[in-house]
Design a protein around this ligand. Structure first.
Ligand SMILES: Nc1nc2c(ncn2[C@@H]2O[C@H](COP(=O)(O)OP(=O)(O)OP(=O)(O)O)[C@@H](O)[C@H]2O)c(=O)[nH]1
Ligand SMILES: [Mg+2]
Length: 337
């Protein structure tokens, strides 16, 4: 019987090898910011999306990394023509698998920060500055845009309801106030993506968000805009099916992380005893001028608490606070849930 994880790893390895062989130093020596996009059958729009991306964000140079997997059109070629570094994966696995590979390519290429956006032009590239700024300033490890705090063009009541339900569910499960769990315009320290477990091939946005929250990373939401898709087709499929799958990923990821002792160690199911030395999120290098990050809360630091509930920032009732400019700040640490 084949092991899908082994297959996945083999696909990632082969694609990464081909990517670095094709783009050489341009891929191996990325500038500080990698803008990572998953793209599937977006040939009619991806060129203009790439052209609109900023060459610098927060005064830091950017490079664009596109992962197209199994596109049946000329998505990869169009992206390359417009200056992106393109990883063409022969099989279609989904947006989650594509982004996971994109994060890896960005980390391996030496990027300090990752900004994600979609290839369909629904996000406003001018807002990348606001999304990345708290990360560069050392105030957050992970920032996501929020349509609830900003604006959205959709009139689809089911979508609106779904966004709200998932945000409330994740807030309740993780004890962090979240208003939008599915926003694709995000910024993060690159290492964060290697410190959380990412297994979802398709419905990935909540897996990453729940992962960073439960690892104690500092998460912030900032107001942002989502436009209607103008070109091409949504890959999401029917709202109800999408909603069911997404709900499964939310609950499944929360449960998995709740059981976690050491991520990726296969020790899931053992009792949680605070943050263990093996928690990779505890060993990320600090940025200049910033304390080691993310700082474990007092309970986690000495491993004496069963649930990490004693940290001042981890009180469920104090799940968020308002930042300057209308942003919300989830507490840095992490009540273990
Ligand atoms: N590589 C890759 N990218 C994908 C896949 N599915 C979706 N994407 C990309 O992921 C991004 C988001 O996909 P969309 O279908 O627009 O999903 P969405 O924005 O959540 O939904 P809409 O609001 O309906 O557009 C786009 O850039 C897609 O091209 C996939 O299977 N592989
Ligand atoms: Mg879209």
């Amino acid at each position: 019987m084949t092991n899908p994880q082994v297959d996945d790893a083999a696909i990632d390895d082969a694609a990464a090898e081909a990517f670095f062989a094709e783009f050489g130093d341009a891929a191996r020596q990325l500038p500080p910011v990698a803008i990572v996009m998953a793209a599937f059958n977006e040939q009619d729009v991806i060129g203009q999306v790439i052209e609109a991306l900023p060459a610098t964000i927060c005064d830091l140079k950017t490079a664009v990394v596109v992962v197209s997997d199994g596109s049946q059109d000329k998505t990869g070629g169009a992206a390359k023509t417009h200056g992106a570094l393109v990883c063409d994966v022969p099989v279609n696995r989904g947006q989650g698998a594509a982004l996971r590979l994109g994060y890896r390519l960005a980390r391996d290429g030496g990027a300090t920060y990752i900004v994600t956006t979609d290839a369909d032009g629904q996000y406003n590239p001018a807002e990348m500055e606001r999304i990345l700024a708290p990360v560069v300033a050392g105030e957050a490890d992970f920032v996501t845009g929020s349509r609830k705090l900003g604006s959205q063009e959709t009139n689809d009541p089911v979508r609106r309801l779904g966004t709200w339900v998932f945000a409330v569910t994740i807030s309740m499960l993780t004890h962090h106030h979240i208003t939008d769990s599915t926003f694709g315009l995000r910024a993060m320290r690159a290492e964060v993506t290697g410190a959380v477990r990412l297994e979802q091939p398709q419905y990935q946005s909540s897996e990453l968000l729940i992962g960073v929250l439960t690892h104690g990373f500092r998460v912030r939401e900032v107001p942002a805009t989502i436009h209607k898709r103008q070109v091409g087709k949504s890959k999401k499929g029917h709202n109800a099916i999408y909603g069911l799958h997404y709900a499964g990923v939310v609950v499944g990821t929360w449960w998995r992380e709740r059981q976690r002792r050491v991520p990726g160690s296969g020790s899931a199911g053992l009792p949680v005893a605070g943050r263990l030395p093996g928690d990779r999120s505890a060993v990320l290098p600090a940025q200049a001028g910033e304390p080691a990050s993310p700082a474990p809360d007092p309970v986690d630091a000495n491993g004496s608490g069963a649930t990490g509930s004693a940290g001042p920032a981890s009180s469920a009732g104090a799940a968020s606070s308002a930042g300057a400019d209308g942003t919300t700040v989830a507490p840095r640490s992490a009540k273990r849930t």
